[in-house]
Design a protein around this ligand. Structure first.
Ligand code: DGL
Length: 265
């Protein structure tokens, strides 16, 4: 394929733009095509068969448009659909898991919190990750119903966010965590609000930079990476949802406008 293709990415909605931000910073010359499955968001309320079917359709659409690698920028879709997606194509599919391992390794006092959607908190993937990497650390998981929806509608600060965070974070205060893992790709957009609630001494970590490094090394191994030069790669959004709404919220989250096209799958 060479360096010509683009990086395909998708999420249930706009949360994966937090990962896109890190991928863009690490790989400035690459073209990125991002599918926001906004008409089906949140995936956490759908059954496995539907999440697998949506993920497969989106991956196929990204491959048809020339994706040389696909990043599943969603914890839920990764845990449910990654293996199926990998079985359908030779193009590398990069999945995303909560950053429990580095959080435990870097936690000064061994007190780690994980904030994630109810679906991710209840799922096998997170339980297995914690069991594999907990060591002597105490890891507290907190489900955050409604939090991704707030980000999806463009709220990253203000009374609605504070009203939801205040009771949600109580168990993390009680556990005196020193490190917080963001187990949903929507949550990095709430970093400032989370720091205001938890205090600056709590280190907050997500998976975006690790995924960007992984994408970079996968492209290098394939010989398909673009050398950074004077050309900045393009960034385009596709969505199953309302194009204008997605464009408005994406611009609010990223601080810049991006072209958005409606693509019903
Ligand atoms: N951004 C998705 C994730 O990381 C949100 C989950 C959902 O749509 O339920 O899991």
């Amino acid at each position: 394929m060479g360096a010509d293709g683009m990086i395909g990415m998708f999420d249930s909605g706009l949360g994966g733009l937090s990962v896109l931000r890190d991928v863009r910073a690490a790989l400035p010359a690459e073209d990125i095509l991002y599918y926001a499955d906004s008409a089906y968001c949140p995936y956490g309320e759908r059954d496995d068969a539907e999440i697998i079917a949506r993920s497969a359709l989106i991956t196929r659409a990204l491959l048809e448009r020339g994706a040389k690698v696909v990043i599943v920028a969603c914890n839920t879709a990764t845990s449910v659909a990654l293996m199926t997606l990998r079985a359908t194509t030779d193009v590398p599919i990069i999945g995303l898991v909560p950053a429990v391992k580095p959080a435990v390794a870097n936690s000064p006092g061994g007190r780690v919190g994980v904030l994630a959607t109810p679906r991710t908190v209840e799922g096998r993937m997170l339980a297995d990750l914690i069991a594999a990497h907990r060591g002597d650390a105490r890891v507290v998981t907190v489900p955050a119903p409604g939090l991704a929806d707030l980000v999806e509608s463009g709220h990253v600060s203000g009374p609605l966010v504070d009203g939801l965070l205040h009771p949600l974070l109580a168990p993390l205060h009680a556990a005196q965590i020193d490190t917080l893992v963001l187990g949903c790709t929507h949550y990095p957009f709430l970093r400032r609000a989370l720091t205001a609630h938890l205090g600056p001494e709590v280190h907050i970590t997500d998976s975006g930079e690790a995924i960007a490094r992984r994408a970079s090394s996968v492209l290098a191994e394939m010989g398909a990476g673009r050398q950074p030069g004077t050309d900045i790669g393009s960034t385009h959004l596709l969505t199953s949802g309302d194009q204008d709404h997605v464009g408005t919220v994406a611009a609010r989250l990223l601080g810049r406008s991006l072209p958005v096209e409606r693509l019903t799958l």
